[in-house]
Design a protein around this ligand. Structure first.
Ligand code: ADP
Ligand code: MG
Length: 695
């Protein structure tokens, strides 16, 4: 293996390569585009395209693709080769036009009614803030995907728009504090990715894992995670070989893979990169998930990214660490040392309190899915109730500010924001409160409700937009003030007073919190079906329109796509259960009953004195369970037929949640009971024990 600095970014058309390969003025123009988020000049696109192609050919690429992130949540690509006919064969060509814009025939991607099929065309446009890279001998150009009328059909477009909104409003605030050297404010993100590794052969023997990504049946194994012997445990050889290979693949793509360790559940692991801008972090996380699966395959493993692959065992999440940084390298959530810096920090902190409190629904929506429903509120991940953890020290400071009782211990007089230096509070760099949905960890917020298979785009669109909205209101108020410091004091105190109910430093898993949150008037949107219909609430449509993140039509389309997706997933899961119960479990158990009865019969023919009590009891129990299994299969089938009669996606998602989901759980309960009675070698698929301890 070459040295890490040598391989790092070797497959990326990054700044270093651009500087080497582009004419100076082209490089400068492109750099300006990237740094200031301007649109790319057509004339320089040709020069960039040629340089990109030459570089890609040297690296062995033969094709190029506009790499984009449609609403399916995974990435899409359509490969075109570079070849063009010439007099004596072919030449390799790639134009500026092909770099900037593409036209995939994209009629099969979900659009939530934004694109009638007769108007199926969509276009992809290069996002120069994310570097091109090579994957599978193909030059991949990160692009946004829109309809011909300009509506966003993907996850990148709204993210870029929300980053722009945040930048716009944050710059107004910074200017008020006299920070005129800052020209750009960026959302920064570091996502910590959890996943499971199981043996590929074991994985392939389970239809539920193949079709749905999670186990739909499976009795608890004698050993689970109760000994806590896996968390941060020594890596097994096979796992460490996988991780080494994975790191190398990610490094080649310029992904800052940094930390890797075992997680709480057996076979569960985590990978964390070093943070970068929200946009690149999102692209990189999509790539990371894809490469994780690919490398696993190479190692005879299967990588499970589902939020809840196994019942009774911790599921997987993705901690989305979020902060704001200036182009001069200042983290805006880093508490300062001067009165000025302190006041600015407090104002940005207040913007988060206000944004999260006013838009709890949007954060909840951004983590809503059928898969994540199994985790949120199940005492293994934050509850469905949104709140913020600040830690006691910082909370005390806020209370002191609000009540006007904060005194300077030295001068023994009341302190004023923007005039005095606030008392220091220790920075929390640990996972001190792992139960909070949104924890302030000293200089960033950790949004812990995100599911492991999610694109992190939507959670960050929400964080960016709700904070941008607070900042917009603050800027307008402060810009009009006569006395800035006095107005700032009033504003901060008012925010704390109005929004302190969103701060919760206690145990979010405790049942008492549910009651307390209700008293505080906080939302508790238990399932995806409770949360998603609020997407298009009037306040949300107005918010997104105001900051030019989504049009009303775009919000509606996203809500529909997510609800439809929920129904489709539930439908596939229910059908897979019926298939496995009817065609695998029932026949296997019936065969086993016959086998046991035959044994009894054989004994009786030998002598009437040999006892057959064990056989009789076992076949009796299993026969009764078979009856009940058949009944529950029939019920589930009937409900699935009924679901088809729902006329709206709101109705059908509610039906899947309230009728089909409980019926699935009932079917599972019988099958899991059977599993514990049937001989291990007669059960039709690998057990939890085999899955969890397969590697
Ligand atoms: P902790 O141990 O408290 O979770 P780490 O420092 O290990 O904190 O960081 C966890 C993740 O947060 C990493 O991916 C890291 O890159 C990311 N992170 C750190 N600082 C920032 C920041 N300013 N903005 C966004 N993400 C950050
Ligand atoms: Mg963490």
């Amino acid at each position: 293996m070459s040295s890490v600095p040598e391989i790092f970014g070797s497959l990326v058309f990054n700044d270093k390569v651009m500087r080497q390969r582009l004419p100076k003025d082209t490089y400068k123009a492109l750099k300006r585009t990237i740094q200031d988020g301007r649109s790319l000049d057509r004339t320089i696109a040709n020069v960039v395209a040629t340089a990109m192609k030459d570089w890609a050919l040297e690296k062995g690429a033969t094709h190029y693709t506009h790499w984009f992130q449609p609403m399916t949540g995974i990435t899409a690509e359509k490969h075109d080769s570079f070849i063009a006919p010439s007099d004596d064969g072919v030449i390799m060509e790639f134009s500026g036009k092909e770099l900037i814009q593409g036209e995939p025939d994209a009629s099969s991607f979900p659009s939530g009614g934004l694109r009638a099929t007769f108007e199926a065309r969509g276009y992809t446009a290069w996002d120069p803030t994310s570097y091109a890279f090579i994957k599978d001998s193909t030059l991949c150009i990160p692009t946004a995907f829109c309809s011909y009328t300009g509506e966003a059909l993907d996850k990148k477009t709204p993210l870029l728009r929300s980053m722009e909104a945040l930048n716009r409003q944050a710059l107004r605030i910074l200017k008020l504090f006299g920070n005129t050297d800052v020209t750009r404010v960026l959302a920064t993100v570091g996502p910590e990715q959890e996943y499971f590794l199981v043996d590929k052969e074991v994985y392939k023997a389970r239809k539920d894992l193949l079709f749905t990504g999670r186990t739909l049946f499976g009795a608890k194994p004698p050993k689970g995670q109760e000994l806590d012997d896996h968390y941060f445990g020594t890596l097994k050889l096979r796992v460490s070989a996988y991780m080494r290979d994975l790191d190398e693949e990610l490094w080649k793509l310029g992904i800052l893979a940094k930390t890797k360790h075992n997680e709480a559940a057996p076979a569960q692991h985590e990978l964390a990169p070093i943070f970068t801008t929200a946009n690149i972090a999102t692209d990189h996380n999509q790539l990371t998930m894809e490469i994780m699966k690919k490398v696993a395959d190479r190692h005879g493993l299967a990588c499970l990214l589902h939020e809840k692959p196994f019942a009774g065992v911790n599921g997987s999440g993705k901690h989305n660490n979020w902060s704001m940084s200036t182009n001069t390298g200042v983290n805006l959530f880093e508490p300062g040392d001067s009165p000025q810096d302190n006041a600015q920090f407090l104002l940005f902190l207040c913007a988060v309190l206000k944004g999260v409190d006013e838009h709890q629904d949007l954060l909840r929506i951004s983590v809503a899915s059928a898969g994540n429903d199994h985790r949120l509120g199940a005492a293994e991940a934050p509850p469905a109730i949104m709140s913020i953890f600040l830690g006691d020290e910082l909370t005390d400071i806020l209370h002191g500010i609000e009540s006007g009782t904060m005194t300077d211990p030295k001068e023994k007089k009341l302190m004023s924001i923007g005039v005095h230096v606030l008392p220091k509070f220790p920075r929390d760099t640990t996972d001190r409160n792992r139960t909070s949905p949104l924890a302030f960890t000293g200089n960033k917020f950790e949004f812990r409700s995100v599911g492991s298979s999610f694109s992190i785009s939507c959670p960050n669109v929400m964080l960016n937009t709700i904070v941008a909205d607070s900042l917009e209101q603050y800027a307008t108020e402060l810009e009009g003030a006569q006395d800035f410091t006095a107005a700032l004091n009033t504003l901060i105190r008012r925010t704390i007073h109005d929004h302190k109910r969103i701060i919760f430093n206690g145990n979010n898993y405790a049942p008492a919190w549910v009651a307390e949150a209700e008293k505080r008037g906080l939302l508790n949107l238990r399932s995806a079906v409770d949360a998603l219909p609020l997407y298009s609430a009037e306040k949300n449509v107005a918010l997104f329109a105001k900051h030019r993140v989504f049009s009303a039509a775009e919000v509606g389309s996203r809500q529909d796509i997510l609800l439809e997706n929920y129904c489709k997933i539930m439908n596939i899961e229910a059908q897979t259960m019926v298939e496995m119960a009817q065609r695998d479990i029932l026949p296997a158990v019936l065969r086993y009953i016959k086998e046991v009865s035959d044994t009894a019969l054989a004994k009786r023919t030998l002598s009437a004195d040999i006892p057959c009590g064990a056989e009789t009891r076992l076949t009796g129990k299993l026969s009764a369970l078979c009856e009940s299994l058949c009944g529950r299969i029939d019920t589930l089938n009937a409900l699935l037929l009924d679901a088809k009669t729902c006329t709206t996606v709101l109705d059908s998602s509610a039906y899947y949640r309230s009728a089909i989901f409980p019926a699935m759980q009932e079917l599972r309960a019988v099958a899991d009971e059977m599993e514990l009675l049937v001989a291990a070698d007669r059960w039709p698929f690998p057990t939890y024990g085999q899955l969890l301890f397969s590697v």
